[in-house]
Design a protein around this ligand. Structure first.
Ligand SMILES: C[S@@+](CC[C@H](N)C(=O)[O-])C[C@H]1O[C@@H](n2cnc3c(N)ncnc32)[C@H](O)[C@@H]1O
Length: 245
């Protein structure tokens, strides 16, 4: 396997169709260790494992505990922040969507993590494949490393808003998805052609759509989910069949 891009249930008590998202923290972390081991078995030495994880404001160390449970198998090569919503004061504007938290203690939670794990911490990336143009174009000639190109590394904060939807049941029939664009960026950042891409927690198939969108970078995509309803939706949007194991 070249690339694993996935988002497991976060143990937040989400109402999944069949999966029970209410384990004790200890039980959940042990389970994470089990599937992380399976990923480590199949990931190539130069592979990338992108783990999207979001936590609850009242349990703020949990994402790090999950990341720590991966430490026995992987090196944490990058930590990416998926920004769902951002407000830019000088434009007096906000962009993107988030679920508001009504609390005198906590800020609205507008980000999640994407932990980029690799077997040895030495996986070469194509940073400019997800690069951005320079705001100050004089940088292009001033810095030799640009090689005359108007592209720079975008860094580890990725602003990717959810698409606006009006009817969840019809347009996004799943309680915890990531945008296709998040997985597209991960696959492009890994940047090798003819990759085999795996999502062990497929949901309704956004990582599969991302694999399709990445064209020649992906030669094979494999996805799993315990829920047949989600697999049905995924197979419809991806135009492929699925089998129950
Ligand atoms: C956070 S969701 C993934 C959503 C997906 N990224 C999307 O955008 O549609 C996690 C998924 O893991 C599935 N799941 C839970 N336990 C599983 C297991 N042991 N094996 C495979 N899938 C599982 C759930 O049914 C759920 O759809």
């Amino acid at each position: 396997m070249d690339v694993v891009v996935t988002s497991p249930p976060y143990n937040l008590g989400k109402q999944y169709n069949s999966y029970d998202d209410n384990k004790s923290d200890a039980e959940y972390l042990e389970w994470c260790g089990d599937w992380a081991f399976q990923i480590s078995r199949v990931l190539k030495p130069g592979g990338s494992f992108f783990l999207n994880f979001g936590d609850a404001s009242e349990n703020p160390f949990f994402a790090f505990e999950v990341a720590m449970s991966m430490k026995q198998f992987f090196v944490l090569q990058n930590t990416i922040h998926w920004i769902k919503s951002i407000s830019i004061d000088r434009e007096a504007k906000s962009y993107g969507h988030f679920k508001p938290i009504n609390s005198p203690r906590f800020l609205n939670d507008c980000h999640e993590y994407v932990f980029h794990f690799t077997p040895e911490g030495k996986t070469k990336l194509d940073r400019l494949a997800v690069g951005v143009p320079y705001a100050d174009k004089t940088n292009i000639d001033r810095w030799a490393h640009t090689k005359g190109k108007d592209k720079r590394c975008r860094g580890n904060t990725w602003f990717i808003p959810y698409k606006t939807i009006h009817q969840r049941a019809k347009q996004r029939p799943h309680p915890a998805t990531f945008p296709t664009e998040l997985a597209v960026k991960c696959i492009r950042l890994h940047g090798q052609p003819n990759c085999t891409v795996l999502d062990p927690f497929l949901g309704i198939g956004h990582s599969g759509l991302a694999a399709k969108e990445c064209g020649d970078l992906v030669s094979k995509f494999i996805g799993y989910d315990v829920d047949e309803e989600y697999l049905k939706v995924a197979s419809e949007v991806l135009g492929c069949s699925y089998s129950a194991i």
